[in-house]
Design a protein around this ligand. Structure first.
Ligand SMILES: Nc1ncnc2c1ncn2[C@@H]1O[C@H](COP(=O)(O)OP(=O)(O)O)[C@@H](O)[C@H]1O
Ligand SMILES: [Mg+2]
Length: 273
């Protein structure tokens, strides 16, 4: 008797070297764009110290990922539907033991994600930088979307993050989004610069998902607690998300269960230089 092939979801982190570059804004709007295309999407808030996906959506979760990790709730009890058509597994903010999550707890997050069924795409909004927790989340997702902007510190920190992921864990495939650019040319220029450094010093090319324009409607949408793409699909910033959602939809997701176990060990300082 033939069986239907098991459909494996696309699992990607939305990560960055430097904080405040727009990861959560990108996660929420990319998830909304994918949902608008008929994809079943789950966002997992993995910025465990400073979780705020719920805030961008005007939600007040009673239960969070912490309840799942400490055994007081099942994932299905914690997951919430959102007005943007995707589901959210929220995290809690300002809890120190969550910010410095132990390796064993990250393995539980991994198991939880692998056990959830019925999603086409899972987006994991991580914290910034090269803290062990962030690296482990990036490692557990087969795809890493790196958000950066024009700031020199954002460019150097995203390179440092990719370098660490490459040197410690052998990752050599990153998809870049250049956020808050004036136009396509600026996005291309920043991407080419980072891609050139990766090719030269790390020996791999990166993938360009595209630019997102700097837009005054972004802070307004965050204040309204409503994804920008819901307000007007006609805006050119919304069109950026439409383009990126189209590319992400076509990714074939390797199965999370088939991934090698995450590796332990502190990040060696010398790898940063
Ligand atoms: N494309 C953009 N245009 C204008 N402002 C933006 C844009 N992207 C992000 N921002 C601003 O940057 C701030 C930080 O974004 P956020 O998604 O919270 O960053 P991160 O999750 O990386 O810390 C937002 O509050 C928003 O006002
Ligand atoms: Mg964030």
């Amino acid at each position: 008797m033939s069986r239907n092939p098991i459909k494996t979801p696309i699992i990607a982190t939305v990560t960055s070297g430097k904080g405040g570059v727009g990861k959560t804004f990108v996660t929420v709007n990319l998830a909304a764009s994918l949902a608008a295309r008929g994809r079943r999407v789950l966002v997992v808030d993995c910025d465990l110290g400073l979780a705020n996906v719920d805030i961008m959506l005007g939600l007040h979760p009673r239960l969070t990922l912490k309840d799942v990790l400490f055994g007081s709730a099942a994932p299905e009890e914690v997951i919430l539907p959102t007005k943007a058509g995707f589901d959210l597994l929220p995290a809690c903010s300002g809890v120190r033991e969550m910010a410095q999550l132990l390796f064993e707890k990250i393995q539980i997050v991994k198991k939880v994600i692998a056990s959830l069924e019925g999603y086409d795409v899972m987006l994991l909004d991580t914290g910034a930088g090269i803290a062990e927790t962030v690296l482990q989340f990036n490692l557990l997702a087969p795809r890493n979307i790196v958000v950066l902007n024009r700031e020199l510190t954002s460019i150097t920190d995203s390179y440092a993050m990719m370098k660490v992921m490459h040197q410690i864990f052998g990752r050599d495939a990153f998809s870049l989004i250049v956020n808050a650019v004036a136009d396509d040319r600026e996005g291309e220029k920043i991407f080419s610069h980072v891609d050139g450094i990766c090719r030269r010093f790390l020996g791999f090319a990166t993938d360009y998902l595209g630019p997102i324009y700097r837009d005054e409607a972004v802070p307004r949408s965050i204040l309204r607690q409503e994804p920008l793409v819901l307000a007007g699909t006609g805006s050119r910033t919304a069109a950026c998300f439409g383009h990126i959602a189209g590319v992400v939809s076509r990714w074939g997701g390797p199965c999370l269960r088939a991934l090698p176990a995450a590796q332990t060990g502190p990040v060696a300082r010398e790898t940063l230089h």
